[in-house]
Design a protein around this ligand. Sequence first.
Ligand code: PLP
Length: 380
Amino acid sequence: MKVRYFDHAATTPVSSTVLEEMLPYFQLQYGNASSMYSIGRQAKKALEKSRRMVSNSIGAKPKEIYFTSCGSESDNLAIKGIAYANMEKGNHIITSKIEHPAVLNTCKTLEKNGFEVTYLNVDKNGLVDINQLINSIRPSTILISVMFANNEIGTIQPIEMIGKIAKEHNILFHTDGVQAIGNVRIDVEKLNIDSLSMSGHKFYGPKGVGALYIKEGIKFKKIQDGGHQENDMRAGTENVAGIVGLGKAIEEIYEKYEKYNKKLISLRELYIKKIEESNLEAKLNGDRDKRLPGNANFSFRGVNAQELLLALDEKGICASAGSACSTGNPTPSHVLIAIGLEPNLANGTLRVTFGENNTNEDVEFLVDNLCEIIPKIQKK
Ligand code: PLP
């Protein structure tokens, strides 16, 4: 059976050119980047090349990039690292209610360790409440962490405005850019971003490798004890092949940005149009315009998303539930709760995220199957 993949926000396949670039670092140039001899130095050189590729892609300097093991680690290092290093200035952090658990749970841990956290509300489209942000600022606020784009509903936040507010109040600004990299052009200087996390597997790079941008001069603490890698800010032998892959992937995705972006928007719009023209009772979640190019998140009334996903899987279709239903938990996700979706809709949420290899024919196949399956499983 042909597999049709519509879950690019979960992960993407590694591009062939990225894989090709990575392969020598498994068996030929397998040196440890901290070793003095030639294959070690070659590995180090590869790391530095990748660092330049990452920094060039977001308007940063190479020394502002730290490699990590994933997006979650980057979020942890940024938020805990900045919080603990700036404790003497204050203990207050502002974030949003719709962050990824990598940010939300990091904030919860900090709350247990003497920090105070404000979780901003979002409107029905998932945009953070800017007035609440301004009113939440205290003399003790040291960090604002608001995600660039949401992984479930695709809403893109007004990052430039948040960066400006943070700068005016002399507060550091971190953004979880895991879903945004490759899908949005990012210039950290222009947007006043002090810290940004990313993850290789969301833009056709490998899994298990991430990067963190932290603006030069910002005080942050390492959170993992060990050796002195990554300018003594992130202990652990670097995943050389993974880092090479991440560097190549970010360069590649921004090289073809216009074309890629256009393609994803066209697939997304075709899908939205077809769903809206169908007889299905569906509601599009997230902002209609300020959304990730490949994201379309619909809630279908009276549908159990888990049942829907299983039926789609039988047809070779991979998609995702927009709620924790996928794990057998009937409670809607924190994101759907935050946008105020009623339970009968929230439980039937399907996140479709398009990618490079999807075609119009895939969209038609998906919609045809939804139109066939949903009336059968819908509870009135
Ligand atoms: N932040 C966001 C917005 C994400 O979507 C994800 C992964 O889905 C992460 C962080 C975590 O990234 P990783 O899977 O690399 O740990």
